[in-house]
Design a protein around this ligand. Structure first.
Ligand code: GLU
Length: 419
């Protein structure tokens, strides 16, 4: 089956699992739809006085296990179909790491590179007010995603707080630490990518010092993931972002690249040069002969068109949905292990959970406590998935989805269908 729709891709994964575990067809039917889909129009007065209207969405897939949780992205490719898929994946992600949240996702279709900062701020505030009827600390808690960050979360928190007439810390996660954010949250997704990679390497009996890695994407996930893997001894020989790929077979100067990205307008690697570093294309990066490939950019990067050319021993999915189901089957046939997105990039939402707990209690942890608890949760989830995959001869994606769907189904059975 070909997938033009990302949501179809998510539905196929659910169906594969449902068939294998003989999921109650009633539960399956409920899980195939999203609980709520809100589409909003956000008019914004631009700096030149014109009014532009941006379409935005907030989709809640399932609240069976707790309040819905998921990021908000600003990107020109955002559609309701994509939000539905990402919301469903958030449900599985929260379930597989066993935190008490359901899944949601939101976004606005906008090319942020064409907007000034105060236009983005007005857009964020208008979007927040538009989705306010369905978000809330006990209902649905947004967080950063592609092209949004701690500053965006601060604007959302302030907007909601102005309406409430009181500061509402637990309405979003991924806030700055000045505004009740958690230490370690910004790095958490990249840290989770590093931790999942180390867990996999242990089981493959490979020392990190002997590992080469290529990382697609140098945003919050890719850059922190690259930095932390590099600190563990891995040689990062290629990274890429919207400006293309950067390659050095002896290893890239990751810290230097992070510093460079801080100086460019859109925090890209634009104009980065260093001795021994050559430019390659994004496609070439995906096909490098490395041990570890980390797609940490957007959906549908590894497809039936290029999966056959992937030479990595393992793929660690830093992004959501970077591998299509057809590509997943090709990688599996080639003996390439894929650590699926819902496990590999779950570090972000795990620390979001810690942030939510800290915001509710107004009691804040030190970074050691955050990182220690993150490691505890991820190591356990990785072991659960790996053991099931080994025992039942499943891919790690199938095993992770199975654990997640079973947990959500259990919650639904115990709650029953209202009324
Ligand atoms: N956007 C991140 C993700 O896709 C984080 C979500 C959250 O922390 O709620 O997992």
């Amino acid at each position: 089956m070909k997938h033009d729709s990302v949501f179809d891709m998510a539905l196929e994964q659910l169906e594969t699992t449902a068939k294998r575990i003989k999921l109650n067809p009633d539960i399956h039917r409920v899980l195939q739809s999203c609980e709520k889909e809100l589409t909003v129009a956000c008019p914004v007065v631009m700096n030149d006085g014109r009014i532009e209207v941006f379409e935005g969405y907030r989709v809640q897939h399932s609240s069976a296990r707790g309040p819905c949780k998921g990021g908000i992205r600003f990107h020109e490719s955002v559609t309701v179909d994509e939000m539905k898929a990402l919301a469903m994946w958030m449900t599985w992600k929260c379930a597989v790491v066993n935190i008490p949240f359901g899944g949601a996702k939101g976004g606005v279709r906008v090319d942020v590179t064409k907007l000034e900062k105060d236009e983005i701020r007005r857009l964020t505030r208008r979007f927040t007010v538009n989705i306010m009827p369905i978000i809330g600390p006990r209902h649905d808690i947004p967080a950063p995603d592609v092209n949004t960050n701690a500053e965006t979360m601060g604007w959302i928190m302030d907007t909601v707080s102005m309406y409430q007439g009181a500061t509402v810390l637990d309405i979003v996660t991924g806030k700055s630490t000045d505004l009740g954010g958690s230490l370690g949250r910004r790095e958490a997704t990249g840290r989770g990518v590093m931790l999942s990679t180390l867990e996999l390497l242990k089981r493959l009996h490979i020392e990190p010092e002997n590992v080469t890695a290529a990382i697609q994407g140098f945003g919050n996930v890719g850059s922190v993931g690259a930095d932390l893997l590099h600190k563990e001894g891995c040689r990062i020989i290629a990274v890429s972002d919207v400006t293309g790929g950067y390659y050095n077979s002896n290893g890239l100067p990751i810290r230097h690249m992070i510093e460079h990205a801080k100086t460019t307008k859109f925090h890209t690697l634009d104009g980065f040069t260093a001795p021994g570093v050559s430019k390659i294309s994004n496609e070439e990066l995906l096909q490098l002969d490395v041990d570890i490939l980390v797609p940490a950019a957007m959906e549908k990067q590894i497809t039936d068109k290029n999966a056959d050319k992937v030479k990595a021993k393992a793929v660690i999915e830093g992004a959501n949905g970077p591998t299509t189901p057809e590509a997943g089957r090709i990688l599996h046939k080639k003996g390439i292990t894929v650590v699926p997105d819902i496990l590999a990039n779950s570090g972000g939402v795990v620390v979001s959970y810690f942030e939510w707990v800290q915001s509710i209690q107004s009691f804040f942890w030190d970074v050691e406590a955050v990182n220690k608890n993150l490691k505890r949760v991820l190591v356990k989830a990785f072991a659960d998935v790996w053991d099931l995959a080994t025992r039942e001869k499943l891919t790690m994606r199938d095993a992770a989805t199975q654990i997640a769907v079973q947990r959500v189904a259990m919650a639904m059975e115990e709650r029953g269908i209202f009324p």
